[in-house]
Structures are given as C-alpha cells and as structure tokens.
Write a protein that binds this ligand. Structure first.
Ligand code: SAM
Length: 320
C-alpha cells in the first residue's frame, strides 16, 4: 500500500482496549476516565486479515491501553499468527500481568514483546505510573525470557528529573538479561503536549550518556524501523541499544505506519487528530470490504507528510 506521499505502508498498530492498569503521567491526564472501549475480537481479526491480504500490511503490533487486559487476547493472537501474509505479530505492554501470560502468548504464536519500563526504582515506578509495582514488570520480563519469547525489547521513555540518571544502569540491567534496550524521547501528544517542556531529554544527550559507558557502533536500519540501533560493548556488558527520537529527529518521511483504535477508527498519523471510522463497515459478523477500501483509500491519500502536532487524543486512547 502506497500513501499519497509515495511511502509504503506495511505496519499496523492495533489498539485492543483503551483502559490501562497503570496511568503513566506523560500518557494519561490527571483524572482521565477512559471509556474501557474494547474492539470486538472478530472485527479486529477481520480488519487485519483484510489489510494483510489485500493491502500489504505485514507487521501488526497489538497495543492499548494495556493489551494484556483484553479478555480475548490469546485466541486473537493465535488467529492472527495463522495469517499467511503477516511477517510478525508483536505486542507492547507495561508487563504488570506478563508473568501469568508469557507462556500462553508464546504458544499462541506471538513473534515478540516490547515491555515499557521507565525505571528500575520501585518508588519512582510507583510515582511515574501512579501506583504500579516494578517487581511485577521485572518478573514478567523474566517469565517472557523463560518462555522463549526473545529478544525482549525494553522501552524506556527518558524524562528529565525523573529517570535521566538511570540511562546507563537501565542499559546494563537489560543487556545482562539479553534484552534489546531502547531509549525514547517523550512526545508532545494531545492534552499532555506540554510535558515535553519540562521533561524532554533529547536523543543527542541520551547518546552522550551512553557513549560515556559503551562503545556504540551503528547498525543499519531496516525499513520502517524508527529506532537507530547500536551494537554496544563495555567490558562484559554487550548487546543492542536503540534510540528513538520522534521529537527532535522525527522520522515522518520514513513512516510506514497506520493505527486502528479500540473504537475502530483509523488514524494515519499520531500527531494528527483526523480519524476515519471503520466501525461502520462491521455489522457484527462481516466486514464490508468495499466500504472499508473507500475509508482506507481516503485515509492513506491524506496521510500528512509531517505531523502537524494537532492531535487532541491522548496516547492511551490512540494506542501507543
Ligand atoms: N500499556 C502498554 C505499555 O505500557 O506499553 C501499551 C500502551 S502505551 C500507550 C505504549 C507506549 O507508549 C509505552 O511505551 C509508553 O511509554 C509510550 N508513550 C505514551 N505516551 C508517550 C509520550 N507522550 N511520549 C513517548 N512515549 C509515550
């Protein structure tokens, strides 16, 4: 599928549920009450089947809200993993419930897991997530590795004054376990766009800190990969470290992604509030592919060259 600016689109982020068991301060506004909207599992499956069969989608990432809270997750992963045209089905999670689900996800055919882990410190974790328990996520990561769903990718959103003194420790901890460790800039999204004013740590600074501890050799990027990865070495600590810089080095010209929210709306750019409704194309049993094709065509032709920073939705509603 080629968009209106000649970019190939082959990645889908599918939000299964807009509810989360954490409420990270840069993701969920104070007092926000998500609607607990879940996408119907058959609708989700039919959307992916249609996009992979007719429109070249090859990579699907399940997200939310918190996808591990989605009741039909394991059967849905099993069905998606059976789609011949998909190269991978991956999932992004806060890991709080991973211990219970890792083996089942692996057996269902999930390709890989990204775990969001902003700090290793229990008090900081509880503060950033408004009440989460870091030990649950750490045990979940270990369970995932034990289940053989490797390499686990750890994602740390670096925030000034909150966790920017933990960059090297997080890299060391994750590499020791054989994880790929990725550091992300915080993004200005929706009502929380102002958080970057206080908390943005630019990728250049993250890289400087890592370079003091590690020898970093860039690894060529694959198409659609937002992270710049490095082979990292420091004594016996070695592995892959990635940096994702959507705020200071946006990768819009290489963006190959579309999103579908848990409300069944298509979003073609995380920074643009335009949504196109696909829910109207679903009657509870069948996807009206003809109508869905029309929606997709309009959405893809309008995918902006660059994010205009006009997004009104929060990340938790969009599907991060
Ligand atoms: N609950 C799951 C999780 O925690 O990974 C999936 C949904 S969450 C919205 C997906 C990712 O978006 C997380 O890694 C989170 O850190 C990231 N995220 C949310 N808001 C962000 C922001 N303003 N800037 C950068 N990353 C953000």
């Amino acid at each position: 599928m080629i968009d209106g600016r000649a970019r190939e689109i082959d990645h889908l982020r599918l939000s299964l549920i807009d509810h989360c068991n954490l409420a990270c301060r840069y993701c969920v506004p104070e007092g926000a009450r998500p609607s607990r909207q879940m996408i119907d599992a058959s609708f989700a499956f039919e959307l992916v089947r249609w996009l992979s069969r007719y429109h070249g989608v090859r990579h699907v990432r399940l997200t939310g809200g918190e996808p591990l809270l989605y009741p039909d997750l394991i059967p849905l992963v099993r069905r998606l993993a059976s789609l011949a045209q998909l190269n991978e089905v991956t999932l992004t999670t806060n890991g709080q419930a991973l211990t219970q689900k890792a083996t089942a996800l692996c057996e269902a055919g999930l390709s890989r897991i990204n775990v969001s882990l902003d700090t290793l410190n229990p008090d900081r974790f509880a503060h950033v997530t408004r009440g989460g328990r870091v030990e649950h996520t750490l045990r979940g990561i270990e369970a995932t590795i034990k289940a053989g769903l490797t390499p686990v990718k750890l994602n740390m959103v670096v925030q000034r004054g909150l966790n920017d003194d933990e960059i090297v420790d997080a890299a060391r901890w994750g590499l020791e376990l054989g994880c790929v460790v990725r550091f992300l800039e915080v993004m200005p999204i929706g009502p929380l766009a102002h958080v970057i004013d206080d908390h943005l740590v630019p990728a250049s600074e993250i890289l400087d800190k890592l370079s003091e501890a590690y020898r970093l050799v860039p690894i060529p990027q694959s198409p659609g990969q937002p992270a710049v990865d490095y082979a990292a070495t420091s004594g016996t600590s070695r592995g892959v470290i990635g940096i994702i810089a959507p705020t200071t080095r946006p990768f819009c010209e290489r963006c190959r992604r579309i999103r579908i929210t848990s409300h069944g709306a298509m979003v073609v750019c995380v920074h643009d509030s335009r949504c196109l409704d696909l829910a109207d194309c679903w009657d509870g049993r069948r996807l009206d592919e003809h109508r869905a094709n029309e929606v997709l065509k309009t959405a893809i032709m309008d995918k902006p060259a660059q994010g205009s920073r006009s997004q009104s939705l929060t990340m938790i509603a969009l599907g991060g």
